[in-house]
Design a protein around this ligand. Structure first.
Ligand code: HEM
Length: 228
């Protein structure tokens, strides 16, 4: 049956869209991590004469967050990010519903190399990350960027990570993110191109190392701030 479908209505188109939006979100996650690692640097990292007026982590982090809201290209990229997150989530829901409906045509499950538990549970991991992001955005993004009720982001982050429950929620969200990333990176490469098995093995290894480093670096931030 020759049914003409729009590019992103086909299963391949949807998977490509998931891959492209996913890779963009990863790009954001790297930048976001680098910015937030400022939080765990020692004050001695900022000699005033070198950093021009910035004498501690508190000032540096607030200068960084002020830059995020005052430099328009960053705002533009942030809007692209919100769109990418929405598209990624909606696409994931559609793909999952379609897979449940048509069991015979399941998304990539015929490939044994992706049969780790986290590959089969991308929906659950994605849901945990989704809940985490809603909590996270309500805590920081909403108060600082949207409502403008908080002006000292460093104080806010510090206050949040003094609460044990929030640290636990962040650790759960970040562990889910780590596993989601391993499969996501592998899967994005599979969707965007056909690679020989040897190259795919290298991509899998790189995905594993990258996701591990990202998860560990994200995970230590709340713990260090809690103990500080
Ligand atoms: C554990 C360390 C983290 C800290 C301290 C942190 C801190 C913050 C802060 C202060 C903001 C509001 C200001 C800004 O836009 O940058 C923010 C925004 C955001 N965070 Fe995080 N974050 C962390 C981890 C994460 C993780 C793991 C994710 C994704 C799963 C994430 C996703 C986001 C998103 C999507 C925004 C909105 C970005 C924007 O408006 O440009 N964050 N984060």
């Amino acid at each position: 049956m020759a049914v003409k479908k729009g590019l992103f209505k086909t299963s391949v188109g949807r998977k490509n869209l998931m891959a492209v939006t996913g890779l963009f979100i990863i790009f954001f996650l790297i930048i976001h991590l680098v910015g937030n690692l400022i939080l765990i640097l020692p004050d001695s990292f900022f000699p005033v004469e070198f950093w021009g007026g910035v004498e501690n982590v508190h000032n540096m982090y607030n200068a960084y967050s002020h830059f995020l809201v005052s430099f328009w290209p960053v705002t533009l990229v942030a809007w692209v990010l919100y769109a990418a997150i929405m598209i990624h989530v909606i696409d994931a829901i559609i793909i999952t519903l379609q897979n449940n409906k048509s069991r015979g045509e399941k998304y990539q499950v015929t490939d044994n190399s992706t049969s780790n538990w986290y590959s089969r549970n991308m929906g659950i991991l994605g849901t945990i990350i989704g809940v985490f992001i809603v909590i996270h955005m309500a805590q920081f993004w909403l108060k600082y960027k949207v409502l403008g009720t908080e002006h000292d982001l460093y104080e806010l982050v510090f206050a949040i990570f003094k609460v044990r429950w929030f640290v636990l929620i962040y650790e759960i969200g970040i562990i889910a993110l780590g596993f989601h990333l391993i499969h996501g990176i592998e899967s994005a490469h599979r969707s965007l191109g056909i690679y020989p098995k040897k190259v795919m093995n290298i991509i899998k290894y790189v995905a594993l190392c990258f996701s591990l480093v990202m998860a560990i670096l994200y995970a230590i931030i709340p713990i260090i701030l809690y103990l500080k």
